[in-house]
Design a protein around this ligand. Structure first.
Ligand code: 5AD
Ligand code: SF4
Length: 444
């Protein structure tokens, strides 16, 4: 049936960058059906919540959003289809249906290619609830290739799932085991992006540096292939596990100028006792040695991390060990979280659950230290010259905004013709979240 009047699609994305990528693919797969994006749910014919299950707060947000959507749907006499996608859908699809009758369909992360079919079925038989199967390869084969009209930077999923089973984490259950897309298919997608003007790709995976395709190509090999693509100037990848940071990948950082010197390498905690209870599979010392090795290969590399405070059994001395590790590494930025008890994970049943007030106090102290390090890192850029990839017009007339190799936003007076290009910019100073450029020196 040919698409008639455009239908409006509202997608709300929670959680990680992989969900951002998945939301774009969902929009792409729905476009041939006549769905056009709108940025409010009020007038949408189809609302998709792409959800996150990582912490309790993220999950609860979904239920409160659904409560509001139920009212909107009722106000429109039911003329709104509500779909829940993502990791909450995968983990508790039946629970969503039970708690919120306004939901028409639930679809897990491996089944987005089936969306048109699922929506059609939901429209034919209101209230039909649909299970999703688990065939990752099929998903990527069946979804349209990434297209980012006008974008300078794009995400590209290369790997999904996780076999690490950190005892606090739901990902191995919601996203399943580690699975890598064929390098061939990724390269084709990256070429397509480059041809559309994309200059920077961020390779995504829950355990991206565990990437290894059926032909044995690892992340280093993949990065080398992508670095040869004409027009693709920058390659990033996230999120990495310390255990998968192998010598070949470290060497690639030394070899490939396109591989950006900014690495997200979560350690979660700095106490060996806690690292063991978390099942991280490495000690604090091993992590520090790894960081040294990476810095030896690429001296200008900056690091970011993830930290959890208040893991079950965490004592003051354990928490101090985390602060010590942060001081020893020196991070350019970091995400930090209070431990959130996730049903079904081993840590949820561990003794020594830490009181909320203690978690809050530790989080506060940890974040103060990170803020200090981030401020110092940004301030240290003043007077330096950085390669900036220009993305868009700035807020002030004549300003452009770009990104440094370290993902800092850089504001500088520059002609709009530089959008999509990389130029050397002398940095005058640093604000809290961005850098001010003084002058564009030369285009790369
Ligand atoms: N509680 C708190 N933080 C968590 N993370 C994962 N699971 C939990 C949890 N149960 C954090 C980790 C991970 C990041 C994506 O989310 O730091 O690296
Ligand atoms: Fe979760 Fe650990 Fe896997 Fe990261 S490595 S996704 S924290 S289980």
């Amino acid at each position: 049936m040919p698409a008639s009047a455009p239908k409006r699609l509202y997608i709300k994305t929670y959680g990680c960058q992989m969900n951002v990528y998945d939301s774009e693919r969902m929009a792409d797969v729905l476009a041939p059906l006549g769905y056009e994006a709108t940025d409010t749910p009020q007038d949408a014919d189809l609302v998709v919540l792409n959800t996150c299950h990582i912490r309790e707060k993220a999950t609860e947000k979904v239920y409160s959003e659904l409560g509001q959507l139920r009212l909107m749907k009722a106000a429109r006499g039911g003329a709104m289809t509500i779909a829940v996608a993502g990791c909450v859908a995968q983990a508790e699809g039946a629970e969503i249906m039970r708690r919120q009758p306004a939901v028409d369909l639930v679809v897990g992360p491996q089944s987005y290619h089936q969306l048109p079919e699922l929506i059609a079925r939901a429209h034919r038989a209101r209230g039909e609830r649909l299970a999703c199967d688990f065939a990752a390869e099929e998903k990527f084969d069946a979804l349209p290739k990434a297209r980012r009209p006008g974008g300078v930077s794009a995400f590209l999923t290369v790997q999904e799932g996780c076999d690490k089973f950190c005892t606090f984490c739901v990902v191995p259950y919601t996203r399943g085991g580690e699975w890598s897309r064929p390098a061939e298919a990724i390269e084709a997608e990256a070429r397509g992006l480059a041809a559309q003007g994309v200059r920077e790709v961020t390779l995504l995976g829950q355990n991206v540096n565990a990437y290894r395709d059926a032909d044995g190509i690892g992340l280093a090999g993949l990065a080398r292939r992508l670095a040869r693509i004409e027009g693709l100037e920058r390659i990033r990848y996230t999120t990495s596990h310390p255990r998968d940071m192998d010598d070949d990948l470290i060497a690639a950082h030394g070899e490939l100028p396109a591989l950006m010197p900014y690495l997200h390498l979560p350690v979660q905690a700095g106490s060996d006792r806690i690292l063991k209870a978390m099942n991280r599979g490495h000690t604090a010392e091993a992590y520090l040695r790894l960081v040294e090795k990476i810095r030896a290969a690429r001296p200008d590399i900056a690091l970011s991390g993830d930290f959890i405070v208040g893991f079950p059994g965490e004592r003051d001395s354990d928490f101090e060990a985390t602060l010590d590790l942060i001081r020893a590494v020196g991070y350019a930025s970091a995400f930090s979280f209070k431990y959130s008890r996730r049903p079904g994970t081993p840590a949820a049943a561990m003794p020594g659950q830490v009181p909320e007030a203690v978690k809050s106090e530790r989080l506060h102290r940890l974040q103060a230290l990170i803020t200090e390090q981030q401020g110092a890192f940004n301030a240290a850029q003043a007077g330096r010259t950085l390669a900036v990839l220009f993305e868009k017009l700035g807020r002030n007339r004549g300003d452009l905004v770009g990104r440094s190799p370290y993902l800092q936003a850089v504001h500088v007076k520059a002609p709009a013709s530089l959008i999509g290009r990389i130029a050397q910019v002398r940095i005058a100073g640093a604000g809290k979240n961005s850098l001010a450029g003084e002058a564009v020196l030369e285009t790369a």
